[in-house]
Structure formats: C-alpha cells, structure tokens
Design a protein. Structure first.
Length: 153
C-alpha cells in the first residue's frame, strides 16, 4: 500500500473520530499518531487532509450536496460522507493530483471501510463532481498566479 493511501486511511479514521468528538482537530490528530506508527510523509499528508477538510467543510459539503440530489450529506453514512469529503477536498484543492487517481483511491477505501455499494455510490458522486469542477470556468491567469503565490506562503 502506498504512502498516500495510508495517509488517506489515517485521515479517514481521524475524521471519523471528529464526527463524535468535536474537540480540537490538532489534539485528535496528535492523539491518533501517538498510538500509530507511520513515516513523517504519511503523517504530514494525513494532517494536511484533515486540516483541509475541516477548514473547507462547508464548501466541500456544498459541492457534494450539489451532486447528490437524493441524499443529504448529513444523512449519509459517516464513513461514506468522510470518504467523499477527503476526495472532494483533493479534487477541489490539490491541482497536482489526477482526478482519476483521487477517485480510484476513494473507491478502494470505500470497499475496505464500507461496502461494495458504497464504493459505487462514492464513484458516482466523485465522478460527477470531477466533471463539474473541470467544466467550471478557470479564473484569469492573474488570479491563478496570486493563488499559487498564497499556497507557497
């Protein structure tokens, strides 16, 4: 299993815990890593995912809800909802990742932590979200340049 997969699975476990214990995310992350062993790269990517999902939760949930017309995000199974949130965050915020890889990783994680039916559900939502993101008009080059500079800061 690759480092990113391990980081995603760890982030899923942390987000799952945060669903029931809404304490400080950093405390939950630190507590999680005290009990687990992983490389610094896995820990850092997992931490980035959890903090990113938490920071952009409203935007992520709105994006998922805009696709999922028959399921409210709040009514989705906790695991499925958080798998979708992780992948949606990567689709929305990680320009360097190929959407197909993000979606495939989410499907595999859904198969492991949820069910084959959940994997199909996750695939449908994320595929539609990816298409919607690609169809959205790109910001002017000047705005892209400022956004890239902010990411580096």
């Amino acid at each position: 299993m690759g480092k990113r997969r391990k980081a995603r699975e760890s982030a899923l476990q942390i987000l799952y815990e945060l669903e029931f214990d809404r304490s400080d995310a950093d405390q939950t992350i630190n507590r999680f890593w005290r009990e687990k062993k992983a490389s610094p790269e896995i820990r850092e990517y997992s931490r980035w995912l959890v903090r990113g999902v938490q920071a952009h939760l409203e935007e992520i949930d709105e994006a998922i809800q805009s696709i999922s017309t028959h399921w409210r995000v709040s009514r989705m199974a906790v695991i499925d909802r958080n798998i979708l949130r992780l992948a949606a965050f990567e689709l929305l915020k990680a320009d360097s990742l190929a959407p197909a890889i993000v979606i495939n990783e989410a499907i595999e994680i859904a198969k492991k932590y949820s069910s084959p039916e959940a994997a199909t559900f996750v695939n449908g939502i994320l595929d539609a979200l990816s298409k919607k993101i690609r169809a959205a008009p790109s910001p002017p080059d000047e705005v892209k340049h400022v956004a890239k500079r902010r990411k580096k800061d």
